[in-house]
Design a protein around this ligand. Structure first.
Ligand SMILES: Nc1ncnc2c1ncn2[C@@H]1O[C@H](COP(=O)(O)OP(=O)(O)O)[C@@H](O)[C@H]1O
Ligand SMILES: N[C@@H](CCC(=O)OP(=O)(O)O)C(=O)O
Length: 361
């Protein structure tokens, strides 16, 4: 059955590797065959694929004594070629389906210009019937520059392209109400939009080659569902998993989506780690922003500005006590903003269309 959706599908490291850590090429081929069926049914697909480090580890021997971060960078740099070559062989040679490689960093989602360039490129690829295959640019992003894992990258990508569905393929059927290995644990099939936390069920353990674990998967899935994207966590190691999805017969954990948000607000909603400056506002401005009337943030309500930012950067809005109220896009730089603090009759520093309030939006 055709669903004609835009779907971001994330394939975790563990789906593409065998238990000994070597790439699982049969699994990859099986998934590619199904992705082709999904696409032929009229869906637009963006793939977020892990696996660079795993493919690199298999083929590139490095000195045991080498710094572990450098080791990973080398494996990612060498492995990404193999990963994409394998996709190229399967998509292009076997199915005549064109693919494109997109390597990104966290910084690309922070900077509005990079973000918009990336967004228009992915949209153009989809329009040209090319499947974009996204991964983190692991060689330049280490430690604090990294995405938590590719679930975060997939979630940001889904928000960026206004996807209908985010499908996170991992090595378990979804989120269980206990250890998934325990026979008494049951799969949680539906997570309602009103649920804020279920993390008590989730242990910190992660699959052997994964990075973030189920806890970050839950956090990212919840965030995407709050933005109006349907999120499904399913087992990429199961035969015919994407065909089950197509037939609406998928065993998974489904996150109920809330109403869809404006594209700019989706970008902002993911900005809590990416803001460049902080704006403190007085009680009057707080009341005005959190009222039911649509309002922009004017300099007259600002009491203090911290950090250096340029027009277009993300700002964190706080009340006078320091409580976080929301995120917005700066309409001018910190230098210009400092000069306008408390002044009347000035252009908004954050326009309503670019303001995302934590409790209200
Ligand atoms: N309550 C839970 N339900 C399901 N999986 C869980 C739970 N708690 C912890 N996990 C672990 O989370 C792992 C999946 O997350 P992760 O290792 O990040 O996978 P991936 O590499 O696919 O992103 C599972 O293999 C499982 O070991
Ligand atoms: N960029 C890395 C993937 C890291 C990662 O987060 O993997 P995963 O645990 O599958 O979400 C790679 O390609 O090996």
């Amino acid at each position: 059955m055709s669903r004609h959706q835009t779907i971001v599908i994330k394939i975790g490291s563990n789906v593409l590797t065998q238990s000994n850590g070597l790439p699982d090429l049969d699994r990859m081929e099986h998934l590619v065959d199904q992705l082709i069926t999904l696409k032929k049914a009229g869906n637009k697909i963006v793939l977020v694929s892990s696996g660079a480090v795993a493919f690199g580890r298999q083929n590139t021997a490095v000195s045991e004594k080498l710094n572990p971060v450098l080791k990973k960078q080398i494996w990612a740099a060498t492995g990404q070629i193999r990963l994409i070559q394998e996709y190229q062989r399967l998509f292009q040679k076997k199915h005549k389906q064109a693919i494109a490689q997109i390597l990104v960093t966290k910084e690309d989602f922070r900077d509005r210009k990079h973000f918009l360039n990336m967004k228009s490129c992915v949209e153009a690829l989809l329009q040209q019937d090319i499947i974009p295959i996204v991964n983190e640019n692991d060689t330049v992003t280490i430690t604090e520059l990294m995405f938590t894992d590719n679930d975060e990258l997939a979630s940001l990508t889904a928000a960026m392209i206004n996807a209908d569905t985010l499908l996170l393929l991992t090595n378990v059927d979804g989120i269980f109400n206990g250890n998934p290995e325990d026979a008494n644990s049951e799969l949680i099939e539906n997570i309602e939009a009103s649920v804020a936390e279920i993390s008590s069920y989730i242990s910190a353990s992660k699959s052997s080659f994964g990075r973030g674990g189920m806890l970050t998967k839950f956090g990212m899935a919840k965030k995407s569902a709050d933005l109006g994207i349907e999120v499904l966590i399913a087992n990429g190691k199961r035969e015919g998993i994407l065909i089950d999805y197509l037939n609406q017969n998928l065993r998974c954990t489904r996150f109920e989506p809330k109403r869809k948000r404006q594209a700019a607000k989706k970008w902002l909603a993911h900005g809590s780690h990416y803001y460049k400056g902080e704006v403190f506002i007085n009680e009057g401005a707080k009341k005005s922003l959190t009222s039911t009337v649509i309002r922009s943030l004017l300099p007259v309500g600002i009491t203090k500005i911290e950090g250096e930012f340029l027009k277009g950067d993300i700002l964190l809005v706080r009340d006078e006590k320091g409580n976080q109220l929301g995120l917005g896009k700066a309409a001018y730089s910190s230098k210009a903003a400092q000069e306008k603090i408390g002044l009347k009759n000035q252009k908004p520093i954050i326009h309503y269309d670019y303001l995302y309030l934590f409790d209200h939006d």
